[in-house]
Design a protein around this ligand. Structure first.
Ligand SMILES: [Zn+2]
Length: 496
């Protein structure tokens, strides 16, 4: 992750995030319609999510469970009494002309999320608590598809798909505690880790399952009054969040230095030109004429139920990272990579449980296997290499049965075909040559074949040792024990 652009010392940025997180329930928030992503337009709809008169919404209990669990993971206060409200506005993708949301009594308030920032240069870790103002449940709106253009302007017609109408969302509002693009991107990532570890959503930004709106202003350090707030939308990756904020901080500081006013507006992040552009002005806070939703009873979470949900919480990412660092001796970096995704963490832990060295397993998972997953757009649950077999592979290297280089060579086959590492090594005749007599014979042949290099070596060109090691490896197809080869070569050549 690149570090934030340097903020001139006399200014500070005040940043808050509003995050919408789509839940992975099978049915919508107030009806039994499917939430399947790839269905044909307007096939997952019913009178309830289309807001026909006289229908009665019923709260999906899994949505409430997800909200409470995320609230607990954020150390928030779970409201003993909460309710839904109607948020009134008109838009063509909103069939009811109101959205069922929560206004003055959200299900969760006053939490915090601790983020961990790793310095790219020295690896130092800095931790910071970001306040959570509130978390509430709401329904998503439908989706407009503009014909002839990807935007409303320039389009010849617009179509509406109501499949998304009534998909459950959690909105998480942070305190304005963030100060840089890096902090904001890390906050969003940590939130996604929580959602994934809790198993309540996939947090996929490209597909819109996790959407972040940024509120940002700058002010001279020491000034109490906030600067004019600008909202940024349209960022579909963590790096876009970071870059959009860093760009916006610079833009606002430049404007202030020139004496230009900052307009209160909504800006869009343009990935192509790497800048924010004005989308529309903002007229104060909109009057949505909220009022309590009369068709849904208030929400009261019974203390017994709350205890059950508390007991169901898994180990959270921050706890996992801490355990990996203190108990398994992993670096802060490796601990983050391995705990980012719950399935990766489970894979890692299964390999360790099969008696393999945690640090070595961590290296394989975070480097070679991660690269393979990335290149092939696969999840760790989709590879043929079982965690027990990775443990076997690591142990074969540790016992010097095979070299690390051979292990890397057979990895692709294990990843795609599966099977036992030991059997594959035996079948292909890849067992390392660690027999001193056998190696000495090969070394003698190599030295005899390169008399002039031997002479140069003895005349002081000791760098040539690498050349001899290479020749031995070539002759043995990489099967020579590198450590022993080095030792024997040293002995035969005199020094080096
Ligand atoms: Zn429905």
């Amino acid at each position: 992750m690149s570090t934030a652009a340097p903020v001139k010392t006399q200014y500070e940025a005040i940043i808050g995030l509003e995050t919408h997180c789509q839940l992975n329930t099978d049915s919508k928030i107030f009806c039994n319609c499917s939430t399947k992503f790839e269905s044909l337009p307007n096939t997952n709809i019913c009178p309830i999510c289309l807001g026909y008169p006289g229908v009665l919404p019923v709260l999906n209990q899994q949505v409430l469970a997800s909200a409470v669990k995320l609230g607990l993971a954020l150390d928030g206060e779970i409201a003993p009494y909460s309710k839904f409200d109607r948020k009134q506005y008109f838009y063509p993708d909103l069939p009811k002309n109101y959205q069922i949301s929560q206004y003055d009594l959200p299900i969760v308030e006053h939490g915090f999320l601790e983020i961990e920032l790793v310095d790219a240069k020295n690896g130092e870790v800095r931790r910071k608590k970001i306040g959570i103002t509130r978390l509430h449940m709401e329904e998503d709106a439908g989706k407009l598809v503009h014909g002839g253009s990807d935007r409303l302007s320039g389009s010849t017609h617009s179509l509406v798909d109501f499949n998304r109408t009534g998909i459950p969302l959690l909105e998480i509002v942070s305190e304005p505690d963030l100060r840089s693009g890096q902090e904001a991107a890390e906050y969003a990532q940590e939130l996604r880790r929580l959602v994934r570890h809790l198993g309540i959503g996939d947090g996929n930004m490209q597909e819109g399952s996790l959407r972040c709106d940024v509120n940002i202003s700058v002010r001279p350090v020491g000034q109490k009054k906030f600067g004019t707030k600008v909202e940024i939308k349209n960022m579909n990756s963590f790096s876009a969040i970071q870059k959009a904020i860093d760009y916006e901080i610079e833009r606002q500081i430049e404007a202030l230095e020139k004496g230009e006013p900052i307009l209160q507006e909504t800006r869009l992040w343009e990935e192509g030109s790497q800048r924010t552009i004005s989308m529309r002005g903002k007229e104060g806070s909109s009057d949505y004429r909220y009022f309590p939703e009369p068709d849904l009873p208030p929400i009261e979470v019974p203390p017994k139920q709350l205890e059950i949900w508390k007991a169901e919480l898994p180990e959270l990412p921050a706890q996992k990272r801490h355990r990996y660092e203190t108990e398994l001796g992993l670096s802060a970096y490796d601990a983050r990579v391995l705990s980012d995704d719950r399935t990766v963490a489970e894979y890692f832990e299964a390999a360790i449980a099969a008696n393999a060295n945690p640090k070595l397993v961590a290296n394989w998972v975070s480097q070679d296997i991660a690269a393979y997953l990335n290149n092939n757009k696969l999840r760790i649950t989709e590879i043929a290499l079982k965690p027990e077999v990775l443990a076997e592979l690591v142990n074969l290297i540790e016992k010097s049965t095979i070299s690390g280089k051979i292990a890397k060579e057979i990895l692709p086959e294990l990843l795609t075909e599966g099977g036992s590492a030991k059997e594959l090594v035996e079948r292909k005749g890849l067992i390392q040559i660690s027999d001193t007599g056998e190696l000495e014979k090969i070394i003698d042949e190599v030295l005899a074949a390169h008399p002039s290099e031997v002479e140069k070596f003895r005349n002081g060109k000791t760098k040539l040792k690498g050349f001899f090691v290479g020749q031995v490896m070539k002759k043995t197809s990489g099967r020579a024990d590198p450590k022993l080869t080095n030792q024997l070569l040293g002995k035969k050549l005199g020094k080096g």
